[in-house]
Design a protein around this ligand. Sequence first.
Ligand code: ZN
Length: 505
Amino acid sequence: MTANTSDPHIRLRERLRRVYLLRSSLGLLDWDQQVSLPEGGAELRSEQSALLAELAHQTFVSNETREALEALEETDPAPTSDRAVVARLTRRDYDRAVRLPARFVREKTEHLNRSYHAWTRARADDDFASFAPFLERNLELAREEAGLQGYSKNPYDYHLDQHDPGIDTEKVTVLFGELREPLRELAGAILESQEPADPDLFRGFPVERQEQFARLATAKIGFDYKRGRLDRSVHPFCSGDGRDTRLTTRFFPDNPLDSLFSSLHEAGHGLYCQGLPIEDCATPLGEAVGMAVHESQSRLWENQVGRSRAFWTYFGPLYREHFPEQLRHVPDDALLAAINRVSRNPIRVDSDEVTYNLHIMLRFELERTLFDGNLAVRDLPGEWNRLSQSIVGLEPANDREGVLQDIHWSSGGFGYFPSYTLGNLIAAQLWETAREALPGLEDGFARGEFGPLLEWLLKTIHRHGRRFETDEIVTLATGRPLSTAPLLRYLRERYLAPHADRAKV
Ligand code: ZN
């Protein structure tokens, strides 16, 4: 496997390939753990995963990798060439990997493991106080890590940048500041104009038929099942690479829309995986830009496409074929209204595409003040409830439905939440540009033609891998930097002027 070649680019790519094979094997073990591992295998799996993670890290930070990287840097390749991009981004990853001492990584891994278990117990008992000391330590570790990476003055920026290259506190503050009031007003206006929901509209949808339909819909939008699978797990996710992309979803007999939109969402992630340049999979050229861009792909297919009237013009009759009894008394308009229903919900993951972003702003506000030192962990539940009232518009009944609802902080995932709303902004901006670039796009959806949109995304986003940072790729794809206006325009058009949408089909 080790090459005797004198070309440092090839030598570096071979080192990165070994790292990639180890990491993707680790990913497969993780998929298996969430999909089919028997309880008895948990301990063995955790040892297997720990060893593979250690080997992947060692291989990446080894002298061989460093020497190949230095040799490539010395060739001084043309700045925009593939060689230069591979050198620059590998340098960034390499430096970040070696700056964390083994002692720190071990301590953090062990602590986060205990913290996660403390959180699951605290959530079950609705007992924030028992989790608070773990969260305090998570924050200390997160600050220490940022300090080791040279971000001791602005630790939160480090965590934002880790998820979305080029994004910092300032950028998010500006975007969320612009979005907050118009979004709150919009949510209020939609809630006022909506017909009351019928809680018995969806009952007794057989899970096997739901699964059939999820496969049919995800294949139709372009997910390639020769290079992927759909399985079941408690929490839906997508993993793997473009030759073996694993989607998971879950099915509830009385909530078929949850399963369907989770499947479309994960398929959106999967289409991005399958669209990344496979020949570069082990290098930054074959990787995703970051979480926000990944999330833009899933949200675009789930929301802009999957909740559109045009999508349902095509899929509605097929959905009825799968569930003739269950949908007999549900007219088309009631189905579409249920698909596009807005409601105030204390739980982020159960929220609609309008109010969801308010939940993210709440979390961003809290993370920012925690990192600033202006908020103490013990005051977090009270501050959560206060801000929840003023941003989301309701106060949770207890901490289980409030500050304890998300897994992220228990696992050290600070700076992750903003990616979700940034993803929604990017999705709306891409959608607006795609509709201009591809006239008749939605007429095509109504005929079951989704290829033109996927090809456009391949060309503008997928094929670039990680070559550009978050804002750069958005500007390149849409001709404008990331902004809040397209999301607001999209939501207003879809939720306040549904007749305009209808006229197009
Ligand atoms: Zn997602």
